[in-house]
Ligand binder design. Structure first.
Ligand SMILES: CC(C)(COP(=O)(O)OP(=O)(O)OC[C@H]1O[C@@H](n2cnc3c(N)ncnc32)[C@H](O)[C@@H]1OP(=O)(O)O)[C@@H](O)C(=O)NCCC(=O)NCCS
Length: 160
């Protein structure tokens, strides 16, 4: 049985900690979501070898199919949003927003008081999502990304 804290009020997905058994599905979404996707090894390292890292999957409450996932770090009082992805066929339905909002409130319970992330300047969907959540651009990192080379926007949010 899910506790109230595991689901949001207007629930589209069921959110649970990611485990190694989720990785086949996670990687299939990852591969089609980024030009330089994380490898299985990178996810495994986050899951097993990084004390700051927290990963969650969002699944359809009825079918159990994977809809998205998030990887974040909570470093003392700061949340770092490292990876947020939604299955391409299930985008624009509010799942990314739900998962991001859930992550913010979960992180707050863990003691996070500010949040930070990097996003490709061309990633309109993600930038709009983070703006909607109250993030603002604090800096630009020139040529931060490779393949293709591109600037990163650093976005921050505090007090939520
Ligand atoms: C970014 C991403 C996670 C958004 O997930 P999603 O479930 O489609 O987003 P939602 O449906 O919850 O949208 C929430 C808000 O984000 C913005 N948004 C999402 N997709 C958008 C798009 N294609 N164009 C413009 N705005 C968009 C809108 O503001 C939207 O609010 P609205 O519906 O009231 O207009 C998804 O596009 C994705 O997985 N992209 C590939 C991976 C990626 O780039 N992740 C971010 C790395 S920093």
């Amino acid at each position: 049985m899910m506790s109230r804290k595991e689901v949001s009020k207007d629930r589209k997905v069921m959110i649970r900690p990611m485990t190694a058994t989720d990785l086949d599905e996670v990687i299939s979404i990852e591969a089609v979501s980024y030009t330089t996707p994380w490898s299985r090894r990178m996810f495994e390292a986050e899951l097993a070898g990084n004390a700051f890292a927290h990963l969650f999957v969002a699944r359809d409450p009825e079918s159990g199919a994977l809809r998205g996932y998030v990887c974040c770090w909570v470093v003392f009082d700061e949340l770092h949003l490292m990876n947020l992805s939604v299955h391409p066929e299930w985008r624009r339905l509010g799942i990314g927003e739900e998962l991001a909002r859930w992550t913010l409130s979960w992180a707050r319970e863990q003691g996070a008081r500010s949040a930070t992330l990097e996003v490709r300047v061309s990633n309109e969907a993600a930038r709009r999502l983070y703006e909607k959540l109250g993030f603002t651009v604090s800096a630009v990192r020139r040529d931060y990304y490779r393949d293709p080379k591109e600037d990163a926007q650093i976005m921050n949010r505090s007090k939520w």
